[in-house]
Design a protein around this ligand. Structure first.
Ligand SMILES: [Zn+2]
Length: 547
């Protein structure tokens, strides 16, 4: 065991540097040359379709399959570098545009265009819609939209290009250098839970090959209150690892009631890396604070917390090795060129995949039938089994996503039906947002029903209550949020979209890993105090000492 722990530690220490083992100079060379000479090695389907429809000429010819084949080579640093090179080339001509929406006509036109053209809609809410596309097809898209939208759009990430932002989101050679000073990460981590700067694990986003052994390490280091679990096997055969954190009463005299459990998940959408790192940060914070912070100790004696950072492990690995902006899982569809099912549209409650059934290329393809998405089905099975056979009662579900800084509560599938516990959901949701805002340099998160967060709502038209629900940009049936709330009867179910609001979108710089972790940790501690009945009477005090 000792040897195994040492091996895992070595992996942790070396992990970030292994991910990019090439000298800095080489990287710079690739960055500068790829910009001028490297066309995207393979044509993105969306762009191809737009070009075919409008006859936009192809400016660049593909490189062929060489980049991709090498990129897929596992564990080979040269291959990984090449993968990054390929990504750089892949996104070199892409951009993200934000459309500000104010009328029903605009919302309809964008919804239609995004569906017809299989546009990669990054995020949308009542204020704006962010769309990624190739620069040379922008005029074609604009040609489809009403005149009012011709002027109400801005390019995001103006000061850096998309490919550069993709590149920067990987652990960098320069970042690895600074880690040398901080190689204090050791088995004594538990004795210094408040010095996250010393924990290299949170200085970079981490690949699955580092996260999995890290989770095993947590379980072997903190045997009193951490257990390693597996919530399913992915389509490609990977584990979906989790950590169960909590202190079970050892008193066997009386049969105890169901163990109340809070489920915290991330990585359902592969490219939302901040959701993965945040789940890990929350796990680590609670784990390392047990026995040191009375409030955390109390919480873990009363409740179990289950952390699942990568609900979509195949997609996550793919986003590291091949396509940084991949969203879905990786299972084949009936269309050879378009893999992947959107796991957050795959759950059985109010599944509404009919509309995109024939469109496996859509970024939000819901599959052929409810629970066609392998990982969603297995995770749901696991959760059901926990409640039916393992004496577990899920009392909270927090599904982390990015981006747009929103706390969303059920239902997501429709605004027509109000959830029975709507008031409680709103009250706690506002409390979570307040905890984040009061957190150390915490950001503002908006609280709303998931259905409203997912449609465009006009603020200019003064209808009833001054609000008018506009056409949906994308439908949101079959979500994990609704399924856990409705099918598993989880009273407090939320989807939290983390930082930012569009400056970097999914390519949030790694400097945000710890601050985002901290603000959400404060929300989790509030959540705990709410469940323990400690908030409401006394004013809640931000727990500054934690991490
Ligand atoms: Zn998401």
């Amino acid at each position: 065991m000792r040897q195994a722990t040492f091996a895992v530690l070595s992996l942790l220490l070396l992990g970030p540097s292994l991910a990019v083992a090439a000298p800095h100079e080489d990287t710079r060379y690739l960055r500068s040359t790829s910009h001028h000479h490297a066309p995207r090695p393979w044509r993105r389907l969306t762009d191809a379709i737009i070009r075919r429809i409008w006859g936009v000429p192809e400016i660049q010819k593909g490189l062929g399959g060489t980049g991709r084949a090498s990129a897929a080579t596992d564990g080979d640093s040269a291959g990984k570098l090449l993968a990054q090179y390929a990504q750089y080339a892949q996104y070199g001509e892409d951009m993200v545009m934000r459309f500000n929406i104010s009328t029903a006509e605009e919302a309809s036109a964008l919804a239609e265009a995004s569906s017809i053209l299989f546009l990669d809609v990054w995020e949308f809410n009542e204020d704006w819609v962010d769309i990624r596309l190739a620069k040379d097809v922008v005029p074609s898209l604009l040609g489809l939209l009403p005149a009012s939208l011709q002027k109400s759009h801005v390019p995001l990430m103006q000061n850096l290009d998309l490919a550069q932002a993709v590149f920067d989101s990987y652990p960098s050679p320069s970042g690895t250098k600074s880690h040398d000073e901080d190689r204090s990460f050791s088995p004594t981590l538990g004795s210094s839970p408040h010095t996250e700067r010393g924990n290299i694990f949170f200085q970079d986003y981490q690949p699955l090959s580092v996260i999995s052994p890290w989770m095993s390490l947590m379980a072997s280091m903190f045997t009193t209150h951490v257990r390693s679990i597996n919530v399913g096997i992915s389509y490609e055969g990977r584990d979906m690892p989790g950590l169960r954190v909590g202190v079970h009463p050892t008193n066997n005299e009386q049969p105890s009631g169901p163990r109340q459990t809070v489920l915290i998940t991330g990585g359902s959408h592969a490219r939302e890396w901040i959701s993965v790192s945040t789940v890990n940060y929350l796990a680590w914070s609670l784990i390392s604070s047990y026995g040191k912070m009375p409030s955390v100790t109390k919480l873990l004696e009363k409740y179990d917390f289950v952390f699942v950072p990568t609900l979509n492990p195949d997609g996550y690995v793919y986003s590291w090795e091949t396509d940084r902006l991949w969203r879905k899982n990786r299972q084949p569809t009936n269309l050879r060129f378009c893999n992947g099912i959107d796991l957050d549209r795959s759950y059985s409650f109010e599944w509404d995949g009919e509309s995109v059934r024939s469109n496996p290329c859509s970024e939000s393809y819901a599959g052929e039938a409810p629970f066609a998405g392998v990982e969603a089905q297995r995770f749901a099975e696991w959760a059901k089994n926990e409640t039916q056979n393992n004496n577990v009662e899920f009392v909270g579900f927090l599904d982390l996503h990015s981006y747009s800084q929103q706390i969303l509560y059920p239902y997501s599938y429709s605004c027509d039906n109000e959830p029975p516990t709507s008031e409680d959901l709103q009250e706690l949701g506002l409390g979570l947002a307040k905890a984040i805002r009061m957190s150390r340099k915490g950001h503002a998160y908006k609280v709303t029903s998931a259905c409203e967060g997912n449609v465009a709502i006009s603020k200019n038209i003064k209808g009833r209550n001054g609000r008018l629900v506009l056409p949906r940009i994308e439908s949101s049936g079959g979500s994990a949020l609704d399924w856990f709330y409705h099918e598993l009867k989880v009273k407090y179910a939320y989807q939290i979209k983390l930082r930012d609001t569009g400056s970097y979108g999914f390519l949030l710089p790694k400097e945000n890993i710890v601050p985002t972790g901290k603000e959400v940790l404060d929300a989790i501690l509030y959540f705990g105090r709410f469940m323990l009945g400690e908030v409401g009477v006394l004013q809640w005090v931000v727990l500054q000492q934690v991490c």
